[in-house]
Design a protein around this ligand. Structure first.
Ligand code: IVH
Length: 678
């Protein structure tokens, strides 16, 4: 006899499968096969079952399936300025580091900088573009560079002004905001969504704005994108002004100075958190002065002038069922604890990272142990500690494997600079290890690399299992006949995939260099290398052993590229599989030359080097100024240098003498200041 529980699970699975199909017909193919009310009925049945029988929650995350399926409905539009993310801080130390870094960058030794603090709303970000005071565009964040046109849906939010009337309104005004659903309103619709954030996302992505209008969305404006002419001088004044113009701003925002005030505000708002009618997951601290913000600028993903100070993560107690090994794209062997499923902050967790062998030993983590885990934001849950008092004789020490899952021996590398042994074991087989190869493929299709929509991690896993894909060039020769017969793939989704793949074939040199996954070459270094090589033709000289040697010597001169990076590039190109795979990939791509962002800048195409400190600015700021003006900063003196910039504080005499010998133009600190002010 079939048990009742089994029958319920079976029924639930069938319904889930059905919903998945209808999601695809509705969102992806745009050809629904059932009426809206039938669809809603099915959705509600699933959610009701899930609410009633908690064991169903482990069955496939029904709630995440409902309402949040991305659609291809919306037009993609390039943001006027990229929508960046924020770097995170988790404790007082991190905040101290943030303060130190900005002080160092701005060369303001002991002065405390005025910050502006706002709650970090846990919603969905959007940007509103006003031309001569009238709302013309509304975009979702998308991948930060391209957003989706969701203007009509945003317009349904009553408190978003549709036109602005004030003599001071700039011709172009772009307002960045966070859209959310209040906790109270969420209660009314909670059967349909996992949390308020999902609900807001689902509502904003409705293809019919009338559907969006049914769900009460709210927002807080927190920043700006493009503004012409610029009429603001600091964040606090900006918010005050836009509030006067009709935008909603968060009432808990405040000017803050110094670490103690930061800590107090963090504690105060954390205590208030549960009483607020919207979800917040931390505080954002921003340098208040917009001139200083401009000087600080951005790194590749986040502004240097702001940080998100997160509230402490949600914790839960569970038990380790097993410890398995995962292999990352760099060959890193990561132990992962398989735990008894437990809900942490509304999400069912069944895996937690153990980081590395040392961490397991330090925390004395054993199989079958009772542990405390924590989940912070979107990062993979971590094991915080073991409750040794609950240890039984079932618990067993974990023997860390010295071999990779592919069977090859692993190594712990010794750092070139610190001479210390790495805590992480690695497989060094690169593409020759099938576990690494699969992860490398996931990297190559990711947003920051080839950015292929519809070819995410799960699809790579599926295509890998089916041997449809083994190395990057296979992406461009997929067997669509086979894919057509797979569950979840219809003609429309295949067509979309083909389009996304074809779009990805035109790629900038820096993204290409990042995508091939040379160890120690992240996005920033890939840009530096792209700036150095300029074209794929020049980059390909790395394939030839003789030219490679010369190039590697030259690369050391680049500021940011050190011995670790050059050695890694050398090793990458010494490996025959890497060169074959990279060559095959290049054949499938149209790689665009690297264009110096600011070709007409003050230092365009010039190479500079610094010695000595400046009174007015830090070395990092000086470097950022050169790069923002089209120049390059070198780390070593050579004939190729155009200028040696000599700061007044302790310049190296040897460098000045050498520069003079090589006929390199010397710029003194006062000349440097004159150039910047000219
Ligand atoms: S300032 C990065 N202020 O957090 C550009 N962001 O992780 C500056 N957010 O995409 C962002 N409340 O959607 C800022 N008061 C606030 C915010 C806030 C929520 C979101 C925003 C952004 C994300 C960054």
């Amino acid at each position: 006899m079939i048990k009742k529980k089994d029958r319920i699970i079976e029924d639930f699975r069938n319904k889930l499968r059905e919903l998945k199909d209808h999601n695809k017909y509705y969102f992806k193919d745009d050809s629904p096969k059932i009426s809206d009310s039938e669809y809603d009925k099915l959705k509600n049945e699933i959610l009701k079952l899930e609410n009633k029988y908690s064991y169903l929650r482990l069955e496939g995350l029904a709630s995440s399936l409902v309402g949040s399926t991305p659609s291809n409905k919306f037009k993609k539009v390039k943001h006027l300025k990229p929508m960046l993310s924020l770097s995170n801080a988790f404790d007082k130390n991190d905040m101290n580091d943030f303060l130190k870094k900005i002080r160092n960058f701005l060369n303001l030794k002991d002065n405390d900088i005025e910050l502006f603090c706002e709650p970090k709303i846990d919603g969905i970000s959007a940007t509103l573009i006003y031309e001569n005071g009238s709302l013309k565009k509304g975009l979702s964040r998308g991948d930060g560079v391209f957003g989706e046109d969701i203007l009509e849906n945003l317009k349904t939010i009553k408190k978003i002004p549709k036109s602005l009337k004030d003599s001071e309104i700039p011709e172009l005004l772009e307002i960045r905001c966070e859209i959310y659903i209040s906790k109270k309103d969420f209660l009314k619709i909670k059967e349909n969504f996992a949390n308020p954030r999902n609900a807001a996302g689902g509502s904003l992505r409705q293809k019919n704005p009338e559907e969006t209008a049914k769900i009460p969305l709210k927002y807080f404006a927190y920043g700006f994108g493009s503004v012409k002419p610029m009429v603001f001088s600091n964040q606090s004044e900006f918010l005050k002004k836009i509030n006067k113009w009709g935008f909603e701003i968060n009432p808990l925002s405040k000017k803050i100075i110094g670490l103690e005030e930061i800590e107090n505000q963090h504690k105060k708002i954390d205590n208030l958190r549960s009483t607020l009618d919207y979800d917040i997951d931390g505080l954002v601290f921003k340098v208040n002065d917009l001139n200083l913000q401009k000087r600080l600028g951005n790194t590749s993903n986040s502004p240097r002038w702001a940080v998100a100070y997160k509230f402490s993560a949600e914790k839960a107690i569970t038990k380790i069922k097993d410890i398995i090994i995962q292999v990352g794209r760099t060959g890193a062997i990561t132990p992962v604890a398989k735990v008894e499923p437990v809900t942490v902050g509304g999400v069912v967790v069944s895996n937690a990272t153990l980081h590395n062998e040392d961490e397991i030993n330090r925390k004395d983590i054993r199989l079958r142990d009772t542990i405390l885990i924590q989940r912070a934001g979107d990062v993979i849950p971590q094991v915080i500690s073991v409750d040794a008092s609950k240890r039984t004789n079932e618990s067993k020490k974990f023997k860390f494997p010295v071999k990779c899952l592919c069977g090859s021996p692993t190594v712990k590398e010794v750092s070139k600079s610190t001479k210390k042994e790495d805590a992480v074991r690695r497989c060094t087989k690169g593409y020759d290890c099938k576990f690494i190869a699969r992860e490398k493929l996931k990297h190559i299709v990711s947003k920051e690399a080839l950015n292929i929509d519809g070819l995410g991690k799960k699809v790579i896993d599926q295509f890998w299992e089916l041997k449809l894909i083994r190395e990057p060039s296979d992406i461009f020769n997929l067997n669509y006949e086979k894919i057509k017969n797979l569950e979840g793939w219809g003609e429309l989704s295949i067509d979309n995939l083909k389009k996304a793949i074809s779009k990805s074939q035109s790629i900038n040199l820096d993204k290409f260099i990042f995508s091939i996954g040379i160890r120690h070459i992240g996005q920033e270094n890939a840009k530096i290398l792209a700036g150095f090589f300029g074209s794929i033709k020049a980059f390909c000289k790395l394939f030839d052993e003789k030219t490679r040697k010369k190039l590697l010597i030259n690369l050391i001169d680049l500021d940011g590229i050190g011995e670790t990076q050059t050695l890694s590039i050398r090793n990458f190109f010494l490996n025959k599989t890497n060169t074959r795979i990279t060559n095959n990939l290049i054949k499938n791509l149209k790689i665009q030359n690297y264009i110096v962002q600011n070709a007409d800048g003050k230092f365009s195409n010039k190479k500079l080097m610094f010695t000595g400190g400046f009174k007015s600015m830090s070395r990092s700021e000086a470097k950022a100024i050169v790069e923002n003006n089209g120049g390059k900063v070198l780390g070593a003196l050579s004939k190729k240098l155009d200028f040696l910039v000599v700061g007044e504080s302790k310049p190296t005499k040897r460098k000045i003498d050498q520069a003079k010998k090589l006929n390199i133009k010397i710029i003194l600190e006062k000349d440097w200041n004159n150039i910047l002010n000219s």
